[in-house]
Ligand binder design. Structure first.
Ligand code: FMN
Length: 363
């Protein structure tokens, strides 16, 4: 499988550098951003989910309608949609986009966040429900016959689905760093999403996922593809990139102190293991490996993907190749100056990485 690139969807001009509190969707911005990802040959865009954020399905359909190749990854929390409804919604998007729908499952990392939409299960139960949910979706996409379901979290009778994915099924991604995330993702997912950790820790996580995949009886070829996520801060030279990185950090710190950050200034320690891991690594030093930078993690309380990669175009290309060599096939990169960074990556990073991979393949 080739190395592919993922970005994140942005609905308007608000960024972490220049937040616009309460900004509505700017349809023209959304479409321009999505078309640019397509034009610069990104392969996927993730439409994220939060309890107070926009509906990913209508955003995903809008993106699909203005792009040709870009695949749309819908972030989905099982508590928000009955599984048969989700199976049809995803298959509807898949048909509308001629087979470009992907789903990224989130068990839910914070009890308080889950409670906002009526979900009071603990994290282990949320993972158990996720496992059942994925099995139902696959069955709903693939079953030629109506079927009953008698599970712990869902029960229904004679569900019959007329809305089929274009290619028979839809790629399923799982994200998280709990033991249960590795087990469920390793045994059931096509893709496993990770946040940016140093090479050593990333390798440890990949080994855990592969071990779970093997334990579930999957062949080596059938293991989940690994997705890693970074927030590159790039410029023509390393020095210029570091100057930009420090300005970025200043902006994040100031906005958080003024209540405009992604996490409140007095936010408690995060409950999800993925963020705890990032904060733990951040406490060990600012820079890891070639260019992985952690102060952006601490400044945002590790709210979401937050590890930066700082350096010249070449430094970032080399850093990404380090992860490709480790086994990552899906590289998610988004910056802090959302639109301009996506264009810069499209001009300098994606072609640079692809050129090296092509020349390796032809030798
Ligand atoms: C690549 C990636 C993307 C994610 N996207 C979202 C998202 O859109 N919304 C969300 O609430 N959590 C998102 N998460 C967070 C985790 O899925 C979440 O914290 C998980 O449910 C529990 O994490 P844990 O197993 O590390 O404790 C994402 C995680 C990863 C690795």
């Amino acid at each position: 499988m080739p190395t592919e690139f993922i970005s994140l969807t942005f609905n308007n001009a608000s960024t972490e550098l220049k937040p616009i509190p309460g900004a509505a969707i700017d349809p023209e911005y959304l479409k321009r951003y999505a078309r640019s990802l397509d034009d610069y040959a990104f392969n996927y865009t993730l439409v994220p989910y939060g309890s107070s954020s926009f509906d990913p399905f209508t955003i995903g359909a809008t993106i699909a309608s203005v792009t040709k190749n870009l695949k749309v990854i819908i972030a989905l929390r099982p508590n928000t949609l009955y599984p048969t409804v989700a199976a049809k919604a995803l298959a509807t998007l898949d048909q509308l986009s001629s087979g470009r729908a992907v789903v990224h499952f989130i068990a839910g990392g914070s009890d308080a966040e889950q409670a906002k939409e009526g979900d009071f299960l603990d994290k282990d139960q949320r993972y158990a429900r996720l496992e059942e949910y994925i099995r139902i979706l696959r069955r709903a996409w693939e079953s030629p016959e109506p079927f009953d379901w008698e599970g712990k979290y869902y029960q229904f009778k004679q569900f019959s689905n007329d809305v089929r994915p274009v290619n028979g099924t839809i790629p399923v991604s799982v994200g998280g760093s709990s033991d249960e995330a590795y087990r469920i993702g390793g045994s059931l997912a096509d893709i496993f999403g990770l946040w940016g950790e140093p090479l050593k820790e990333t390798k440890q996580q990949i080994d855990r996922i592969y071990a779970e995949s093997d334990k579930a009886g999957r062949s080596e070829k059938d293991r989940p593809r690994i997705w890693v996520t970074f927030r590159p801060i790039i410029a023509e030279t390393d020095d210029l990139a570091w100057a930009k990185a420090h300005k970025t950090l200043d902006a994040l710190t100031t906005h958080r102190a003024n209540g405009l950050g992604k996490a409140p200034a007095n936010a408690p320690a995060p409950q999800n293991v993925g963020s705890q891991r990032l904060l733990d690594i951040a406490s060990r030093g600012e820079v890891q490996d070639r260019a992985l930078w952690y102060p952006t993690v601490t400044a945002t309380n590790a709210r979401g993907a937050s590890t930066a990669l700082v350096g010249s175009y070449q430094t970032i290309i080399d850093s990404i190749l380090d992860y490709v060599d480790l086994g990552a096939e899906l590289i998610s990169i988004r910056g802090y100056d959302n639109f301009n960074d996506a264009v810069d990556y499209g001009r300098y990073i994606l072609p640079g990485v692809r050129e090296v991979l092509e020349s390796r393949a032809s030798n």
